[in-house]
Design a protein around this ligand. Structure first.
Ligand code: MG
Length: 364
């Protein structure tokens, strides 16, 4: 089987809630997502998606995804899409870095491999654990009272894990965490994600002020070293996200005992192939994971669902259903949230059929 054509599409994904706000005044109103369609000479077609969280979250941006894909795509024509590790090596030799660019192609090739095998991708990634897996709901940055009010609203929708977007003024953030924590019921989980927004002295003030609160602290500061400093001074469970963008730093963080939970975003690692490697290593090391991506629509949500559903439940801290945050559907067959939980498709491949009428063909 050979790749015969790679097409690139763009789609805007507006948010039901109008905007998504996090540390440092960062905000997105409409997500700019990119879909890749990989066709083969045997008729199988696979799809992948990459959607950075705007241009200022990770070193990734929507226009960069498409520019990088325009470089990579012609070089992959003629290659066997089922040889996923060989494709990773080829992409890494053709384009240094830019893992998010490669992610969409890798996901599309997993879709093809699953279809060729007649199996859902989760089965190829290790198996399917249980009927479904739990999701968290991000609570966009607002006033402490507004954010706290969303805990009950989202619980009514079935979520039991709530991620507060903090990383602003430390006193306001302490109020955000305490107000939201006051709304928790038994079994709820609260995460305060600063998204690199605090300096160390600010993070220390917040961490100290919430020592008695049942809350996780996620990515308080920009650098790994700053986060490690806070980790060593707090008694709260600790999550690393933005700092962990590859295997080398993941191994270092394990050696340093720098985290209790790590956030594995598919595009941050370069696709399902490297994210699966990180996932399996974390299972061996005893590190629980949030498994998700930076953002996306139906195809990203499907890819997330297969990696999350094939993760042993005790290691899956939480996951995300991005397709419920946005107003545009880009594929049929994508998993839909049911009571705060999601399940991967049982159809072969990713189990999605793109709505090409909702996508705009893109060319450099
Ligand atoms: Mg995070």
């Amino acid at each position: 089987m050979k790749i015969s054509n790679v097409s690139i599409y763009q789609v805007d994904l507006p948010l039901h809630e109008g905007s998504y706000n996090w540390s440092g005044g960062k905000s997105v109103q409409v997500f700019d997502s990119t879909v890749v369609r990989v066709e083969t000479d045997e008729g199988l077609v696979g799809h992948g998606e990459v959607c950075p969280l705007g241009p200022v979250y990770l070193p990734a941006y929507a226009e960069g995804a498409r520019a990088g894909l325009a470089v990579l795509a012609p070089q992959l024509v003629g290659d066997d899409p089922r040889q996923l590790m060989r494709l990773q090596r080829k992409m890494n030799q053709a384009l240094k870095g830019h893992p998010y660019v490669k992610s969409a192609i890798d996901i599309a090739c997993w879709d093809i491999v699953g279809q060729a095998a007649g199996l859902p991708v989760c089965m190829l990634l290790g198996g399917r654990y249980g009927d479904s897996f739990p999701l968290y709901r991000a609570i966009s940055q607002q006033s402490p009272a507004e954010m706290a009010s969303f805990v009950g609203k989202y619980r009514d929708e079935g979520y039991r894990k709530f991620q507060l977007k903090v990383g602003g003024d430390p006193d306001t953030d302490i109020a955000r965490i305490r107000c939201a924590a006051a709304e928790l019921q038994e079994g709820d989980v609260l995460i305060a994600d600063a998204n690199t927004g605090w300096l160390m002295h600010e993070a220390m003030r917040v961490a100290d002020a919430v020592r008695d609160v049942n809350v996780y602290i996620e990515q308080p500061c920009l650098s790994y070293e700053e986060c490690l400093s806070i980790r060593r001074h707090t008694n709260r469970p600790f999550v690393l996200d933005e700092s962990i963008d590859g295997m080398s730093v993941l191994l270092r963080a394990n050696r340093d005992q720098a985290m209790d939970v790590v956030n594995i975003k598919i595009s941050k690692f370069g696709g399902l192939t490297p994210a699966r490697l990180a996932r399996d290593l974390c299972v061996e090391l005893g590190i629980a994971m949030t498994i998700e991506d930076s953002w996306g629509g139906d195809i990203t949500t499907a890819a997330i669902s297969h990696l999350a559903h094939s993760t042993p439940p005790e290691y899956l801290f939480t996951s995300t259903d991005f397709n419920s945050y946005v107003t545009v559907s880009i594929a049929d067959g994508a998993p839909q949230r049911d009571g705060g939980k999601l399940a991967a498709s049982t159809d072969p491949g990713l189990g999605v059929t793109p709505k090409l009428e909702n996508l705009t063909a893109w060319a450099p």
